[in-house]
Ligand binder design. Sequence first.
Ligand SMILES: [Zn+2]
Ligand SMILES: [Zn+2]
Ligand SMILES: [Zn+2]
Ligand SMILES: [Zn+2]
Ligand SMILES: [Zn+2]
Ligand SMILES: [Zn+2]
Length: 465
Amino acid sequence: MYYDDDSVYENDDDFEKEEVQDQLLLPDDLESEMADLILDVRSVLQVSEGMARILLHKFKWNKNSLLDKFYESPDTEAFLVEAQVIPKTTQPSSTGEDDCDICCSFGELTGLACNHRACEDCWKHYLTEKIMEGGSSEIECMSPDCKLLIEDEKIKFYIRDKTILDKLQRLVINSFVETNPVLKWCPGQNCQKAVKVADPEPRLISCPCGTQFCFSCCQNWHAPADCALLKKWLKKCMDDSETCNWINANTKECPKCFVPIEKNGGCNHMRCTNKSCKFEFCWMCMGCWRSHGTAGYQCNRFNEGQDANRSKHRAYLNRYLFYYNRYITHQQSLALEEKLKETVAAKMAEMELKGMAWIEVQFLKKSIDALAKCRRTLMYTYVFAFYLKKSNHSEMFENNQRDLEMATEQLSGFLERDLENEDLVTLKQKVQDLTKYVDRRQEALLEHCADGNEQDLWEFTENGV
Ligand SMILES: [Zn+2]
Ligand SMILES: [Zn+2]
Ligand SMILES: [Zn+2]
Ligand SMILES: [Zn+2]
Ligand SMILES: [Zn+2]
Ligand SMILES: [Zn+2]
């Protein structure tokens, strides 16, 4: 078979290289993963399935560290007592009829190895309540001071209701994922999948549902900022949300004629809609656009000197708003560019109708994906930059940021405005060139940041001052 454009395949290779170790697991897969581990442990420890599950849970589903600890303990009993799956002292269990300590009615009492007993109704009531609360899948004995954890088999002895048992199974699976360091739920809405990695560290996970997230903190993928910076930043934005509200507006006034301009695309190169004005300006700094297309581009650089005469607090606030404004603008652009996907899909269909093969029109899809990827990176460059201390290295970072920002606005502007203005051959050439260029700029920026991490070049401030 012959394709005139192999770039689509190049990209697929990259994708596989990155994702090769990850496994996506549905609840059924998770159940069988869990069952395998439980079986392994039972073959050594000779305990019930429910006990093995509780033990593995204690050891964060790391079978080896469980077994190591087991071999270190003086005896099996001590080990199981320590893990709260058998009681400290086993009394001869009393059976038969008596007054229930909970409800005081007389009848047949049953209980656990700790010899805490109650009537069947009280156990049922207690366990149902615990399960429906949805807290932990590890449920302690009903007696207030008893820490004994109840085996799954015991729970199932008292609870027969399918809905409650299903809920219990969900709790069990959930705790399997949440306590297991190599597993994470995909945070995508209505996505039932968990991802399993070989090496749990912060990195980009792409779920087939379309969600891209950080394996470590489950937030949106946030390179070049690390998880700790992002956490600090998000907290700050939450605390200062009042201050920031005005920036979130989708309408601003033209800096020249003051006519209100609404932003409905992602591109930040604005043209005043007032026919007698048509002023071209930048949505982020509200400055004239002319300076943005040249080497004199300064839009991403905060000018510390400008605020020298203002109060310290005011200067700090201005600095924060500068970075926040750019962060939130790229986020908005990312959302607005969702609409571009439809335009581009329509364009692709049109090109296919005009005789181009499916594979030949994929460059447009690639360009949209690259645009979204770069918007996201740009967003988080402003988190990185907000906390970054000034140095020669930070200046280099800002140069890379500027280049990526310019390239991204160029691609965005082209896809928004010029798709219809070019013949198909020129269009393809231009889009491919712009896409390759943004990709290169993004790689260069992230590589520089990663190198800096390795060589310990980056110094961060506690709170952006
Ligand atoms: Zn009772
Ligand atoms: Zn007990
Ligand atoms: Zn997903
Ligand atoms: Zn993270
Ligand atoms: Zn105007
Ligand atoms: Zn600007």
